[in-house]
Design a protein around this ligand. Structure first.
Ligand code: LLP
Length: 415
């Protein structure tokens, strides 16, 4: 699918000219493609068709209701990490019985909400969490389905901030401890052991670490079966990385072939929790150049999107392609693309060769994952609008936040 095309100088997303979206809804605005979202989901679903599976979209990557609703309609499950994400999934029409709950810090209240909704599985990350969940389930007269998230101590070879499967990370239960903790879980009266879970990191560009982690998980599955603790599912965590610049992440097909090869003949259902690869390249951030500033050392394009809208460049030094919405003739300069926030770390791209004039629109690509969902109100900036294109139509799926809402919950001292 040619998602982003240029026709007579104008940039299109599906069959909608991006300048028309800026005109109708202002900037900064996130824009998503319905066709791209559906096609990446179906790609996963097809690739794993040979084995019973459940694709649980990782809500944290982009939690906007219209996106969750779209995945729910396609049959997806959801990987959540908070009570807030659970509420979003339910509001978007997601099936609670297809929800897995990950995260190291689940509160008792979040556990109650998830037990009441009747989720598929809790991915438990510590012994203390097991005891808390056992107590909360008992109070509600329920049995909590659980997996233990094991930390396989595998190097995912990704950015240190998003690598999670090494023993020095805060996530999961050490591989060597897992059997003992499983025995404990099996003995607790209000828990039912149903699976095993592992997530080694995000933006992986090789299959080998996934394969290594799966081998370690399968060793445990066999050891547990030998002890009379059979499992119904294996959850292998997040999906493959995506191309932002020149990365060569594995195709979903190749990733599926590797995993399925190892799962042949095994009865367990496979659960996956892809986030980035389902939404990342299906979204962009539309922004307008407010000012051009030709400094002594650098040329700056000051745009109306900032680190509060898209945090990835500031936080991980991440690269996003930045392309002009309308082609302009003239002399190209190397621009620092920066936002209005009062920090030197507020950049969206360094050293981009562009021909620009004030008022031009830019599209910041590959911004569908961890863009809107990580946005903040820093500098008391209202969060961006969101639009979903579908063929030649554009639907507003989130109005731009209004300023009054930003301090609506605040209270002045009375004296
Ligand atoms: N499952 C668990 C338990 C996770 O922690 C994550 C991501 C996923 C699934 C989804 O992984 P994915 O398919 O998206 O790779 N903000 C960072 C990424 C943080 C990822 C955190 N966990 C970024 O912008 O690169």
């Amino acid at each position: 699918m040619n998602l982003v095309t240029r026709r007579e100088g104008r940039l299109y997303f599906e069959d909608v000219a991006l300048d028309t979206i800026a005109h109708a809804h202002g900037t900064p605005t996130y824009v998503y493609s319905r066709a791209a979202l559906a096609s990446t989901y179906r790609e996963y679903d097809r690739a794993f068709a040979g084995h019973e599976h459940l694709i649980c979209y990782a809500v944290k990557a982009n939690s906007s209701l219209a996106i969750l609703n779209l995945f729910a309609r396609l049959g997806a499950g959801f990987d959540i990490v908070s009570g807030g994400e659970l509420a979003r999934v339910l509001a978007a029409g997601g099936d609670p019985n297809k929800v897995v709950f990950s995260g190291v810090g689940k509160t008792a209240e979040e556990m109650r909400a998830a037990l009441t909704a009747g989720i598929h599985c809790f991915n438990v990350e510590s012994e203390s969490e097991l005891h808390r969940l056992n107590r909360v389930a008992g109070e509600l007269g329920k049995t909590a389905p659980i997996s233990l998230r094991v930390n396989p101590n595998v190097d995912a070879k990704t950015h240190p901030y998003i690598s999670t499967g090494l023993k020095e990370n805060k996530f999961g239960i050490a591989h060597d401890e897992a059997l003992r903790v499983y025995r404990l879980a099996a003995a607790l009266p209000n828990l039912r052991v149903v699976g095993i879970d592992c997530h080694i990191g995000s933006q992986l560009t090789e299959v080998a670490p996934f394969a290594e982690a799966l081998d370690k998980v399968l060793q445990l599955v066999d050891a547990l079966a030998a002890e009379g603790i059979p499992l119904r599912h294996l959850d292998l965590g997040g999906g493959v990385g995506i191309r932002y610049r020149d990365e060569t992440p594995p195709a979903v097909d190749a990733y599926a072939r590797t995993l399925l090869g190892k799962l042949k003949g095994r009865p367990q259902k496979l659960i996956l929790e892809p986030g980035r690869s389902l939404v990342g390249n299906a979204g962009l951030l539309l922004t307008r150049v407010e000012y051009l500033k030709h400094g002594e050392a650098k040329d700056f394009a000051i745009v109306d999107a900032a680190m509060n809208d898209l945090m990835r460049p500031a936080l991980y030094d991440a690269w996003h392609d930045i392309v002009p919405v309308t082609v302009r003739q003239g002399e190209a300069r190397r621009y620092e693309i920066v936002g209005p926030v009062c920090e030197s770390g507020d950049f969206l791209g360094h050293d981009r060769e562009l021909v620009l004039a004030e008022g031009d629109l830019l599209a910041i690509l590959s911004a569908g994952a961890y863009g809107m969902s990580m946005s903040s109100n820093y500098n008391t900036r209202a969060r961006a609008a969101e639009v979903m294109v579908d063929g030649d139509r554009a639907h507003l799926i989130r109005r731009r936040e209004d300023i009054a809402a930003l301090f609506a919950n605040e209270v002045l001292l009375s004296r």
